[in-house]
Ligand binder design. Structure first.
Ligand code: FES
Ligand code: FES
Length: 158
């Protein structure tokens, strides 16, 4: 039986009816048209669906929608501000750290959570933070380099 809930996504409130067995990934993509969270393994293995709930990266495919209601949800669509890309988006672009791009939104959301808790991470900390995000294209080096460069950009802008 459907229930009306409120979702807070990227600072915007959405009120909508949901089925309790729906996942956050399904609702973001199919009901809110926020397709940055990718659908891939749907089994918690690849990280392509990563979004932040209350600042913590989670697999949206493994999160029931009822567990996401009334919480602050961030997706890749919310990173740009006033036409300005987030430093992570800039460095991924500058370093060609995105090839097919399928893993990129999840990678960037995991990296964003890291940089919010650890503004100057080591390479090992970046590797650890991204360990749940799989990439079939890049070999990871450019991704890690991009996160480290983004941390420097963010420090310069503070
Ligand atoms: S689609 Fe969610 S972890 Fe792979
Ligand atoms: S850029 Fe293709 S999977 Fe990562």
């Amino acid at each position: 039986m459907s229930q009306a809930i409120t979702l807070n996504v990227n600072g915007r409130k959405y009120e909508l009816p949901v089925e309790p067995h729906w996942t956050l990934q399904f609702v973001l993509r199919e009901k809110l048209d926020l397709t940055g969270s990718k659908r891939s393994c749907e089994d918690g293995d690849c990280g392509a669906c990563t979004v932040l709930i209350e600042g913590t990266p989670i697999n949206a495919c493994m999160t029931l929608i009822m567990d996401a209601r009334d919480k602050e949800i961030e997706t890749i669509e919310g990173l740009e501000e006033n036409g300005q890309l987030h430093p992570l988006q800039e460095t991924f672009y500058e370093n060609a750290a995105s090839q097919c791009g399928f893993c990129t939104p999840g990678m960037i959301m995991s990296a964003k959570a890291l940089l919010e808790h650890e503004p100057s991470p080591s390479t090992e900390q970046v590797q650890h933070a991204l360990s749940g995000n799989l990439c079939r294209c890049t070999g990871y080096y450019k991704i890690i380099e991009s996160v480290l460069e983004a941390s420097e950009k963010m420090a310069d802008r503070r």
